[in-house]
Write a protein of this length. Sequence first.
Lengths: 850, 341
Amino acid sequence: MRIVGVCFAYVFLVILGLCSLAKAQHVSNLSRPYTPIRSASTALSVLQEITERTGIEFSYSEEALLQVRVFRFSGAERTVGAVLNTMLAGTDLEALERGGKVLIIPKRPAPSVTVSGIVTDSASHEVVIGCFVSCRELGLGTVTNQYGFYSITIPVGKRLLTFNSIGYRSDSVMAPLSGASLRLDRALSSGITLSAVRVSSSKESLQDATVLNLEDITRHAGLLGENDVLKSLQHVSGVQSATDGLSSLLVRGGDPGHNMNILDGVPLYYTEHFFGLTSIFNTDAVKSVSFYKGAFPARYGGRLASVTDVSTRDGNMERFAGTVSVGLLKGSATLEGPLIRNKSSFLLAARRTWIDALWRPFFDDFRLNFYDVNGKVNTIINKNNRVYASFYSGRDQFAIRFLKTDLQATWGNAFGALRWATILSPRLFVNTSFSYSRFRYLIRDVYYEQTVDTVERSVRYKGRSTISEAALRVQADYYPSARLHVQGGAVMASSNFSPASTTFAVQMGGRPAGTVAAEPFTVLEWSVYAEAIWDINRLWRLRAGMHNSMWFNKSFRYVSPQPRVQCEYRFSNDERLFLSVTRMSQFLHLLQDNSGGFPSEVWVPGAERIRPSDSWVGSLGYQRRLKGDIELKGEVYHKTISGILAYRGTGNIFSNSLKWQDNLTQGQGKSYGLEVQGAYTKQKLTLQACYTLAWALRRFAELNQGRYFPYRYDRRHNFKINMTYHPRKRFMAIVGWTFMSGEAISIPSQAYSNFQANNLGSLSNYPLVYYYNQPNNYRLPSIHRLDVSVNFIRRKGAHYVRTWTFGLFNAYGQQNLVGVTLLEVSPGQISINGLSLFRYVPVISYQVNF
Amino acid sequence: MSRLGSCGLVLLIWLSAASCVKELNLGTSQEAGKLVLMGELLAGDSAYVRAGKSISVSGVTGLLPEPLANLTVYLADSAGSQVSLHEESDFLFYSLFTQLFKNESYRIGAGQTYELGVAHPDVGHVSASVTVPEPFQATFLGWEYAKLGGDSAIAVDLRVEDPRLVSSLYVIEVVRESLELYRYFRYNGSEYSYLGNERLLDSLINAGLTVEIWEDTVAALDYNNVPLSSTDARSENGASGGIGSLTRVYLPGARCAGTAFETRIVARLNDLIPFRSRLFNVSVRIKSVNKAYYDYLKGLDIYSNSIENSSGNIIFNLSGNVVGGFGMVGGAYCVRFGFIL
C-alpha cells in the first residue's frame, strides 16, 4: 500500500514537473523576441507569419478572428506577446498558452459594474430621450429610454463615459468604476445641433426608428404654415400622404387606419384636425417622436403599418416659460413651469381655429372648427421614482343648417393617464401606467314634421359610434449586461364599443319612437410581450421578441402571436446590413365611408364576423455613413396584409345599425418596394432626400373576380428633397420639392340602361348604370410642388425668441389635384374634372417663446 | 382680431382664386359590349322583359346603340317547358336602348323558378334564374297629409300579413305617373277644348247657358319612384343616404315579429305634385321579392346614380342575376293600391 502511495506521489510530482516545464515553455513562447515585418496587416496573416518565422503554433477560431479589424503596429512591439496584444486590442479575445500552443480565445469575464442614471436637460430638467451613452474604449453603449433612464454594465476600471444626444453638447465623464454599481445622473447642455435629419447612429437605427425632435418638425414648410408631426414624417422614405398637403399618413401600402398613433403612451384613434390640414399633435408640446415603419419592437402592437410614438414635454422645472403662436388657420398657447422648483412641473398647451370667427358673427349656420388641449404634470418623488399625470382632449366640429334640416357632426379623442416610472435596481426599470381614453363620433340630422291633427314635433335622427378604453400597462427594462437588454411587459385593456347606434326621437301617428342600436359590447385585450436586444459580438446584433395579443369577450376570441425578429451585421461603426421579419395584428378597423359624405371615418372593432387584420413585413436594408457627413440608407420590403375591412360598395354602418357587420367586407393586400434616403449636413446647410419605388395592391372576393387590383394610393414613385440653410442665428431658409405619382381611381368601362326605367317602361330620364371592369383602373396626373419659407428670428435676453415665418406653399402653382369628379356629358360619354386647391398658398406665422 | 380677420379674408379669397378645375383626358374603352337583360317576373302577370347591349364608355363622344337584329329570348319553367318571348317594337328603345320581348299568353306562377335566356349570333348568350315568391296579403289602412322636414307630405299606413313573414323580404315603393288634365265642353253639338276657347266658355256661362263640361286625363308614361322616408326602425332605410333619399322602404320580414306587421311610409308632396296643372296617378306597391332582387334594388337605390362620387371609393358593380351579361330579372309577388292626387 505504501509502495502504491509512493508511486502515486511520484507520478503526481512528474506530472506537476511536466506542467511546470510546459508553463515555462509557454511563458517563453509569448516572450520570444519577434518584430513584425509589415506595419499593418490582418490577424490571420500575422499568425501565419509568426508560425513561419518562430515555429509557434496557434489555436484559434477563424470566426472569432473576424472581430479583429485591420490594425497597425506602433513599431514598439518586440515580442510575440506584444504583437498579439496590439492585434487583439479592443476585441473580446486574448492570447493564452496551453500545451505548447498559443490559444486565441475569448477573454475571461472581468468583474463588472452597472452604471445607471437619468439624463436630463440642464436648463429645464426635462429628461432626454434617446441619448446615446457609451464607453468607447470598450465599444459598448446604450440609449436612454422614454424616461431618460439608462443602464450599462461594464468592467471595472477607470472608464470614460460619453453622453451624446441630438441638440445637446456632448458630455463625457471619467468614472472610476469599482464595487457593484454606480448611479450617474447627467444634465446635458443644449447648444450644438448635430444633425437635423438623420438616418441615425448605428445604435439608434437598429430599431429602425426615425426620431424627430421639435427642431426637425419645424424644418418642413407646411400648408398654411402648419408645422406638423405627421407632415414631417411624410419626408421619410416609404411614407406618403393620401391627399397632397394634408397630414394623413400612408405607410408601405397600408391604409390610413393602419397607423398606430401614441401620445404619452396612450393610443389615439383620430389623428387629424380640420380634415387633415394639421394633426392632433400640438407641435409646441412635443418633445420627441419615434416613428417605425418596419422591424417593430415587441412592445408595440395593434396596428399594421406604422407606429408614431409621441412624447410631450414634461414642463420646465426651473422657470415659467411659454409659447404663443398665430398662423393662418389657428392660434395656440403653451404655458409651462415649476409647481415645486426642481421637483414638480406642469405643461398646458391649447389650440383652436380662429378662421371660423370670420363668418360666425354674420352667419352661424356653418361651423367648421377644432380645438385641442394637452396637459401634463410630473413630480419627482425621489431619485428612483417619478409620477406623471397627463390628459388630452380634442374635438372637431362640422355643422350646416339648411332650410329646416340641421346636419351636425362632431368627433374627437380624449384621454387621461397616470404613469409611474421607477428604478427598482440599477439594472431594472419599470414603468406602470393606467389610462382611460374615449373616441366619439356623432352625426346628427334634425328635421321637423307634422301631422294634420298634431302639433309640430321635431324628429331627430342620430348616428353615434363610440369607443372607450381603460388600460393598465406595465413594462420592465432589464439590462443584465452591456450587450443584452431585455424588455418585457403586459397590457390589460377593457374597451367598450358602440359601433353604430341610430335614434329616431319621435314618430308620427302615435307609433313608438325608437333607437336602433348595435348592442354595445365590451372586449378585453390582453397582451404580453418580451424582447431581447443582444449584441452578440462586434459584428452581429440580434433583436428577437414576441408580442402575443388576445382579443376576446364571451362571443369571440382571437389570439395573435406576433414574432418580431431583426438581425444586423455591422461591417464597421458606419456601415451595416440589416434584415427583419415581423408580424403585426390589428383588432380595430378604420372604415372610410364611400358615400361621399363627410366626416367619413368610423372605427369598428373586430367582432364575431369581423376577424382581425394581420400583416407580415420583411425588409432587407443597408446603411452607410460616408465621410463628409453623408448618410445613406436603402431598404427593400415586402408586406402582405389580410383582413382589410371595407364597405361593400358605398354606404355606411348606420344604414343598418342592427346588422352593421353585414355592410362590411374583408379583403387582402400586398405591397413591396425599394426605399432610399440620404442626408448631407455641412455647417449651415442640411440636405435631405428620399425616394420610394412602391407597389400596393388589394384583393376583395366581390371585386375584380377576386383578383388583385391597384390600391387607390398605389403611387409608383415618391420623391422628396428638403434643404435647410441657416447662415446666421436670425435667419433660416427652407426649400422643399415633392414629387408623387398620381393616385389610381375607378373609371367605368361599360354602360347600360337603368333597370328601373326598363322595369317601369318609363319615359323619364333615368341615368345609365355604369360598370367598372377593374377597380382603380385610371391614373391621375403626378403631383409635384415647390415649397419655400424663411424664418426671421429675434432673440432678446436668455429666453425671449420671436419668430416670423413667411413662405409660399406650391410656389410655382402646380395644379395638383385634391379630388376628382366624374360627369356624364351624354349617355356613355363622361368627363373627369380634377379639383386643384392649394396653389401659391401663403405661409405666415408668428411665434413668441418666452 | 379685425386685423386677423382681414388676413383670413384675404386668405380665403386667395385660396378661392388659386383653386381651379382641370379637365383630364379620358380615351374610349376598348371592351366589347355585352348582352343586357332586365325585367321583373310578377306572379300572375304575363312574361315581359327588355333586352339589349351595353355600350362602351368614352371620354370623346356619346355612343347611341343600334337595335340588335336576330335577338332571341326564351323562358323555361322548372318543369322544363319553354316558351319564346317575342320582340315588339316600341318607342322606348331610343330612351332605354333596350328592346321589348313579351309573351302575353304565358302567366308567371307564384313559388315557381324560371330560367330566362337571351342569345345573339354575334354578341353571345346570357341567362338568368328567377324564383318568384309565394303570395301574401296586404291591406291599405289609409293615408293622410303630414309634414316631412318642414315640407308637406303624405303618410301611407299599410298592414302586411304573411305566414312566411320571417323568411320574406319586403320592398315598398310608391310609383307616380303624371296625368295631363284636359277639359272639354260641348256647345251646339260640337266639342271644344278648354284650351284656346276660354273666352267662349266664359261667355256661355255668363249668358246663363248650361254647358256640359268634362275632363279627361292622358297618361304621360313618365313613371317614377317617389323618394320615401320611413320612421319604422325595423326598416333598413335609417340614415342611409339621408332621410327621404331612398326610393323604396326595405323591410326584412325577420325583423317583424309574428306573421303580420303595420308600417307607415312618408313621401313629400313636392315629389308628387310639382305642377298644379297635373294630376298624379299614385301607385303604392308592396312586393315580396327574392333575395337577389332585394339586394339588387337596394344597391340600385344607394349606388346607381352616384357616378360623381365613385372615383375615389371602392367601386360597386351592381351584380344582377344575369350570367354572362348585365342586368337583373327580379321575381316578385306584388300587392298594389292606387289613388289619384
